[in-house]
Design a protein around this ligand. Structure first.
Ligand code: SF4
Length: 376
């Protein structure tokens, strides 16, 4: 049974709690212009608030409104997004800004269907924009409220299951029903904050929770079992190489490749990379790889730096080699995979949006660090 949560007295306790502990100081809550709310919501997808804060203020400084974002180059947008991950979000944000200019004369739409039609905007984001920016009666369901609602009703099925999702959206809807809810903005924000600050994944602080009396998981002592665990993620080890290919021994220009839009760093630039299937990387490996990729022969390859990092389910051991071309010459304009290739001066690397390890390699090159330790 779904009942109207807002008719219950404990919701007043939620408001009281929110007045004291709510995060109304967050910049996208101080200035709730639809554009600001939209940018923040896209940034917050799968990213912690603490990480988003700096990115958000830099982004708003550079692109204060839809028109400035629409006029920008995609690479400028990606450069500001660099390090935030999930780069598709940035490209969709940029594409959506252009659509807002073309379809809505540069004014952020205020109809739910129009907001939902923008690239990168799903049901949650559209609901968040409608309720946070316009205070309209639209529900939201994201990681924090999903966990909170699952515990409130002691949901025993995995939250991602379609039947669970249906129930959770119904509960989200009942909190913001037109009949009983005066401010959907406040109730949605309070629920998100409660989920994020109190009803945390591993150690919910039930003793501080204003919804404790209504919580089935608390009553049944099931807070540790709910939400029902997702399928365990199995991490895969992976060995990759990145090549800093110098045009010649003077080490002025290096070869960069623009990652395909559909890839993990779509739209960013990177040093050429490959997955290593055997154990050893030797000169022949680097030579063949470079020849196929950009059409140049190498005369020397040396290990520059190693990294360990994680991307989605991969735990990556990355060896970065620097390689020198035998004869400076034209490189292919595109790799066999269709990615653009370009010689770039080291001083100009900071203008290019790079993958996170690509940026670390660029910084090594910029600082002139040369830790050559192994010649292949
Ligand atoms: Fe979450 Fe505990 Fe509150 Fe229930 S009582 S909603 S488990 S914090």
């Amino acid at each position: 049974m779904i009942f109207s949560w807002t008719q219950q007295t404990f919701v007043r306790d939620l408001f009281d709690w929110f007045e004291i502990y709510g995060r109304e100081h967050l910049p996208w809550r101080v200035d709730r212009a639809p554009y600001n709310v939209w940018v923040s919501e896209i940034m917050l997808q799968q990213t912690q608030v603490a990480k988003v804060l700096d990115y958000y203020s830099r982004f708003l400084e550079k692109f204060p409104n839809v028109s400035t974002l629409a006029e920008a180059d995609e690479e400028e947008v990606l450069r500001l997004w660099e390090g935030l991950g999930y780069y598709r979000r940035a490209r969709q944000l940029h594409a959506a800004a252009r659509q807002i200019v073309e379809r809505f004369g540069g004014v952020f739409p205020s109809r739910y269907e129009d907001v939902l039609s923008l690239p990168g905007v799903g049901r949650y984001t559209a609901g968040a924009i409608m309720s946070f920016a316009y205070d309209k009666h639209y529900p939201i369901l994201e990681a924090n409220t999903q966990r909170l609602f699952s515990r409130l009703i002691a949901l025993r099925t995995p939250t991602a299951a379609s039947e669970s999702q249906k129930r959770l959206w119904e509960i989200a809807g009942s909190f913001v029903s037109r009949e009983t809810c005066d401010s959907p903005r406040i109730i949605n924000t309070a629920l998100m904050d409660l989920g994020s600050l109190i009803c945390t994944p591993n150690a919910p602080q039930c003793e501080k929770c204003p919804l404790q009396n209504a919580c089935e998981a608390f009553k049944k002592d099931l807070t540790k079992q709910i939400p029902v665990a997702k399928k365990k993620v199995f991490y895969e080890n992976r060995h990759e190489i990145a090549l800093v290919i110098w045009e010649n021994a003077q080490k002025k220009r290096v070869c960069l490749v623009r990652c395909k839009d559909s890839g993990r760093w779509g739209g960013l630039w990177d040093f050429p990379r490959a997955v290593v299937l055997g154990d050893e990387v030797d000169f022949d490996f680097a030579q063949n790889f470079t020849k196929n990729l950009v059409g140049l022969a190498l005369k020397k390859v040396a290990l520059l730096q190693t990294f360990r990092h994680g991307v989605t389910k991969y735990r990556i051991f990355l060896e970065c080699f620097e390689a020198f071309c035998e004869d400076a010459g034209d490189i292919f304009e595109k790799t066999p995979e269709g990615e653009c290739v370009q010689w770039v001066e080291v001083q100009k690397l900071r203008q290019f949006p790079l993958s996170s390890t690509g940026r670390q390699i660029a910084q090594i090159l910029e600082s002139g660090l040369d830790e050559t330790s192994k010649i292949c």
